[in-house]
Design a protein around this ligand. Structure first.
Ligand code: DC
Length: 225
C-alpha cells in the first residue's frame, strides 16, 4: 500500500467540493483535508481579536502562532479547532466568508497555510480540497480534479446550507457575494483559482453527490491504490 497519495480537488465556492471530497475520502479510507476551513480559521481568529487585515505586523505573528486542527467526528463531519477551541460553526457564517476571502489574498498567510498543508499530505493518503491544491500545494498530486457548477446552482446550494443553519440571507445577495468571491479568488495575484495542469474537470450542475463521487472513484480506479 502506497503511503504517499494525494487526491487534489479544486474549484469555486458552492461546487460541492467539501461534500464530494469528504465522501471520496471516507470511501477510500483517506484523510480528508478542507483547506478552506484553514483560511476561515485564521479569518475567524483575526475577526474575533479585531485585528485589521491590513495590519500585517499583527496578522502574520498571529497566524504563525495559531494552532489549527481538523478532526473528523463520529459522524465523519469535520470539526475545526483553533488553539483547542471548536470553531466549526463560527467559521461558516457569511461574515467569515468575506474575511476569509480577504485573508486568502495575502501571500504571507498563504505560505504559512501551504506549509501546513504540505506537512499534512506528506507520507499520508489524503483527499485535499481548496483552490490551489493541484496548482501550488501538490502540483504532483496523483490525481487532480476541478469541480465546477453553474453560478446560479452554486448560489442556490449555499443558500440552502445557510438557511439550514438559521442564517438570514437572501438568494440575490448571496449570488452577488458568491460572484464577487469567485472574481476575487480567480483574479487575485497570489495563487489564483485556475484549472491545474492535468486536472480532470467535472461539472456537478446537474449531478447528485453520489454521481460525482462515483465519477471520481471511477477515474481513480483501484489498481493504483
Ligand atoms: O472553500 P471555502 O469557501 O471554505 O474557502 C474560504 C476562502 O478561502 C475562499 O475565499 C477561498 C479561500 N481559499 C483559498 O484561497 N485557497 C484554498 N486552498 C482554500 C480556500
Amino acid at each position: 500500500m502506497k503511503k504517499n497519495f494525494v487526491i487534489a480537488i479544486d474549484g469555486p465556492a458552492g461546487a460541492g467540493k467539501s461534500s464530494v471530497a469528504r465522501l471520496v475520502a471516507k470511501k477510500l479510507g483517506f484523510l480528508y483535508v478542507d483547506t478552506g476551513a484553514m483560511y476561515r480559521a485564521l479569518a475567524w481568529k483575526a475577526y474575533s481579536k479585531k485585528i485589521d487585515l491590513n495590519d500585517l505586523k499583527k496578522l502574520i505573528p498571529m497566524a504563525l502562532k495559531t494552532q489549527i486542527n481538523l478532526k473528523a467526528d463520529d459522524a465523519a463531519k469535520l470539526q475545526v479547532f483553533v488553539d483547542q477551541k471548536n470553531v466549526s460553526k463560527n467559521i461558516r457564517t457569511e461574515t467569515i466568508s468575506q474575511w476569509a476571502k480577504a485573508i486568502a489574498q495575502i501571500p504571507q498567510i498563504r505560505k504559512i497555510l501551504v506549509d501546513h498543508q504540505r506537512k499534512l499530505g506528506k507520507n499520508q493518503r489524503v483527499v485535499m480540497e481548496g483552490r490551489d491544491i493541484g496548482t501550488v500545494v501538490f502540483p504532483k498530486a496523483k490525481f487532480k480534479f476541478y469541480l465546477d457548477a453553474a453560478p446560479e446552482e452554486r448560489a442556490k446550494r449555499r443558500f440552502k446550507e445557510l438557511k439550514l443553519k438559521g442564517e438570514q440571507v437572501s438568494l440575490s445577495s448571496l449570488s452577488q457575494a458568491l460572484k464577487q468571491r469567485d472574481q476575487s479568488d480567480s483574479l487575485r495575484r497570489a495563487s489564483p483559482l485556475k484549472i491545474a495542469k492535468g486536472a480532470i474537470v467535472l461539472d456537478s450542475t446537474s449531478l447528485g453527490l453520489e454521481e460525482v463521487v462515483q465519477k471520481i472513484l471511477d477515474r481513480i480506479g483501484s489498481k493504483d491504490l
